[in-house]
Design a protein around this ligand. Structure first.
Ligand code: E4P
Length: 216
């Protein structure tokens, strides 16, 4: 199972990379818009430089020709770039074209199994299912993800499943069990993952006992 950082913030990425747990990075227009005073292309190239794994950069148009134009441009920025394409009929057409050109894609905003299967059939390198947004609609994200994983395994579908849209640690616990290939996690949640109150109290107990021992 791989872990990607769902951020376009360089300081966050540098910190997370230093932990040795980050295999890639995903961005989208909302994530990029949180970064104040940056040049989009410069920031993406900075991320491409420091993260050795796959980097998702999203197109900002629903028009097929414009999607293809942006995708070709992003793909030239680095071998580790994959282009995020929105799920939909136009998105599928774009993926079909880009796949034939050898440009890697990540079909984003999938909310159900059939969308993920169609994206994979069109030639997506990655398909992204959005956990919390699925739950916002009243559906069971865990069930949808597990069924998608099962179908991909049963039919030996090559596309990798990325799970995103996490809002709490409990989502991560369930997502890790689902069998999806990749979890892309926002920094505030990643920062909480190493922490466990029993670990803290155990380490403190050891340190306290060591201090007592030194006094003898
Ligand atoms: C995944 O690639 C997306 O960037 C992300 O997880 C979107 O989730 P959200 O907009 O619901 O936070």
């Amino acid at each position: 199972m791989k872990i990607f950082a769902d951020t376009a913030n360089l300081d966050e990425l540098k910190e997370l990379l230093s932990w040795g747990i980050i295999d890639g990075c995903t961005t989208n227009p909302s994530i990029v818009s949180k970064e104040k005073g940056i040049d989009f292309e410069t920031r993406m190239k900075e991320i491409i430089e420091i993260v050795k794994g796959p980097i998702s950069i999203e197109v900002t148009s629903n028009d097929l020709d414009e999607m293809i134009r942006q995708s070709r441009k992003f793909a030239k920025w680095g071998n580790n770039v994959n282009v995020k394409i929105p799920m939909g009929i136009t998105g599928l057409k774009a993926v079909n074209i880009l796949n034939k050109e050898g440009i890697k894609t990540n079909v984003t905003a999938c909310m159900c199994t059939k969308q993920a299967v169609l994206a994979a059939k069109a030639g997506a390198t990655f398909v992204s299912l959005f956990w919390a947004r699925i739950e916002d609609m009243g559906y069971n994200a865990e069930q949808i993800v597990c069924e998608t994983v099962e179908i991909f395994e049963r039919h030996k579908i090559k596309s990798e499943i990325i799970l995103g849209s996490f809002r709490q640690v409990s989502h991560i616990n369930r997502a890790m069990l689902s069998g999806a290939h990749i979890l892309t996690i926002p920094t505030p949640i990643l920062m909480k993952l190493p922490w466990n109150p029993r670990t803290e109290s155990t380490i403190q107990e050891f340190l306290d006992n060591w201090e007592e021992f030194k006094k003898r």
